[in-house]
Design a protein around this ligand. Structure first.
Ligand code: ATP
Length: 568
């Protein structure tokens, strides 16, 4: 199949052959005068064209009627259902003239593929990727709500608009699309194990469709999007994309093998956890399941907010300089911002984060001992603060960017005046300081800083870095030499959403547990008891929808800090 189905974009179907020689296109088709050629695909070319009567500029997609793969025929069938949807191109006219078939479509801008390649970078900045995620989830939601699957999600099929719509992403190329809902009966297309030709693209088509030959449904469009996002934030991209379009069956088999065997945790190593969770979610969806678009849009919005980019989904290209976000967050010359750290250093950290410098954003592999937040250390550690430690925590605290200049209560309590770093960096830094907190007072201070960060953040969701802090805290309170299973397990929020317990009951149970923890924390008599409470606290948050830090949760953390402070 491979030798007769490839093109340079990585798209594949059963009908395509080697790229045909460019035909001689006429100067005029219907009311359109053909101008510049914007791009050529396997089955035809796209021209910038002008309506000779109205002077309206359009993109004219032209194909030979003799072509073996006349995708225009299919596309013109889908456009009417997609009209009016945000990011769905307008179809102005279509027709057949002599041996030419044309569609006059709204003229759009460059594709993500072109933009990314021209940037010369090997990863896309996190802000842009979050905005792509939010917008494309909406595009798929729109198509799916209208009963249509795209089935060829790839960078070349996502384009920006022309001014004034340059911040909006559009889906194009519905040549492989399909109705999955019968417009008359309303029934979902049936699943089938019968052997079928692969339709999609080598890079991002889902494992089920590409490697197992299954019938595509909504989940597969979503998985393709997840893979595309992971590709964008992975240095040099997904490994099976790096070698280019396969030209032999052997190369294609290699891609299939690599795709099939790559576990989500491996693909997403070092990335913010939402990428892995999204991919896992898509792969767990049933054939007819309706994806929870809103939930995942909000996840990517939260990720953008956590990294200081704001929650707007506008696609800004080229990406604004990271300093723009820094300035928006506070004055860079603040005295507090420079405690132990030069502004340039801080900017460097932010710049690297904005470019998703993966060395900085190291993420432990879930459940992997080698990547446990803090590997077992030989040094003796505290049980009720009775052992001496290497380094006073306050020194480390000062090295950290904002944290605290007056130890006890100041610090992030005066957050408004200080330059605020992204929550992820602050929490990550704080978590790394826990193993060196050699007495209860130092731990109490770190917890207070933890609470300050949570309270100063717009998002009340406990992130991966927040759980890493709790893991480290639990370990330090219980026994620092023993490996602790991370609180936030590979169980995803998705599963939480799919839990059978009615949502209201689950919420009430969470509130009760947190209320009890808050009430009882003051009565704890030892660090081990507190360690248990931290575990219960973390588990309770992890299992709740949205992993939200409630008032009682903050109360518990305050109580924990006070109790440690009061302990001998
Ligand atoms: N409406 C549009 N406005 C501007 N450029 C467009 C438009 N539609 C497509 N293009 C450009 O033409 C290229 C090919 O378009 P499209 O993917 O629709 O054609 P195709 O023949 O189906 O291609 P392929 O065979 O690669 O799937 C796109 O990558 C894009 O650069």
């Amino acid at each position: 199949m491979l030798d007769d189905c490839s093109d340079s974009s990585g798209s594949a179907d059963s009908k395509s052959g080697a790229k045909a020689r460019e035909p001689q296109w006429p100067q005029r088709l219907g009311n359109y005068w053909l101008e510049e050629c914007l791009g050529s695909g396997y089955s035809g070319s796209i021209f910038r064209a002008v309506n000779v009567h109205t002077r309206q500029i359009v993109a004219l997609k032209v194909q030979l009627t003799s072509h073996e793969c006349r995708t225009n025929i299919y596309e013109r069938g889908f456009y009417p259902s997609l009209q009016g949807g945000l990011g769905m191109p307008t179809l102005y006219a279509d027709g057949v003239q002599g041996s030419y078939d044309y569609l006059a479509i709204e003229l759009l801008g460059s594709s993500l593929d072109t933009l990314f390649r021209k940037s010369g970078k090997d990863v896309m900045d996190l802000r842009s990727v979050c905005s792509i995620a939010m917008q494309l989830i909406s595009r798929l939601e729109c198509m799916h709500n209208r009963g249509i699957l795209h089935r060829d999600i790839q960078l070349g099929n996502c384009v920006i608009g022309i001014p004034p719509n340059t911040k909006t992403l559009y889906m194009i190329d519905f040549g492989f699309s399909k109705r999955y809902i019968d417009p008359i009966t309303g029934a979902h297309i049936p699943d089938s194990r019968a052997k079928r030709d692969f339709i999609g693209n080598y890079w991002f088509s889902s494992v089920r469709v590409h490697c197992e030959g299954r019938v595509p449904s909504r989940r597969d469009d979503m998985e393709a999007l997840a893979l595309m996002l992971i590709h964008l934030v992975t240095p040099s991209g997904l490994k099976w994309v790096r070698k280019g379009v396969p030209t032999t069956t052997r190369e294609h088999d290699n891609i299939i093998r690599q795709k099939r065997t790559a576990r989500p945790s491996e693909l997403c190593l070092g990335l913010p956890s939402v990428f892995e969770e999204f991919l896992r979610y898509c792969r767990k969806l049933g054939f007819e399941s309706c994806p929870n678009y809103r939930h995942w849009r909000e996840e990517f919005r939260d990720l953008a907010i956590e990294h200081g980019f704001g929650g707007d989904d506008a696609f800004l290209w080229p990406p604004p300089r990271p300093e723009k976000f820094v300035r928006a967050l506070g004055p860079t010359k603040s005295r507090k911002a420079t405690v132990g750290t030069k502004p340039a250093d801080v900017e460097g950290v932010l710049n690297r984060l904005a470019k998703l410098d993966l060395a900085l954003a190291q993420r432990p592999v879930l459940g992997n001992v080698a990547n446990a937040p803090h590997p077992p250390r030989p040094s003796p550690v505290l049980v009720n603060g009775d052992k001496a430690r290497k380094k006073p925590v306050s020194q480390e605290l000062e090295k950290v960017i904002v944290i605290s200049s007056d130890g006890e209560n100041g610090g992030l309590g005066q957050k408004a005046a200080a330059m605020r770093l992204p929550k992820a960096i602050q929490l990550g830094t704080l978590a790394r300081m826990v193993p060196d907190a050699t007495d209860n007072l130092a731990l109490a201070r770190l917890i207070r800083n933890f609470v300050d960060i949570l309270e100063s953040s717009r998002s009340r969701s406990l992130t991966k870095e927040g759980f890493t802090f709790l893991d480290a805290l639990h370990q330090q309170l219980a026994d620092p030499d023993v490996y602790v299973v991370p609180l936030r397990t590979s169980r995803t929020r998705t599963e939480t959403l799919l839990d059978t317990a009615p949502e209201a009951d689950a919420r009430r149970a969470k509130m009760d547990r947190l209320f009890r923890l808050r009430r009882d924390v003051g009565a704890a008599k030892s660090n081990r008891m507190l360690a248990k409470m931290v575990t219960e606290f973390g588990t309770c948050i992890d299992q709740s929808k949205g992993r939200t830090i409630t008032k009682d949760a903050l109360g518990f953390l305050h109580g924990l800090s006070d109790t440690l402070r009061a302990m001998p």
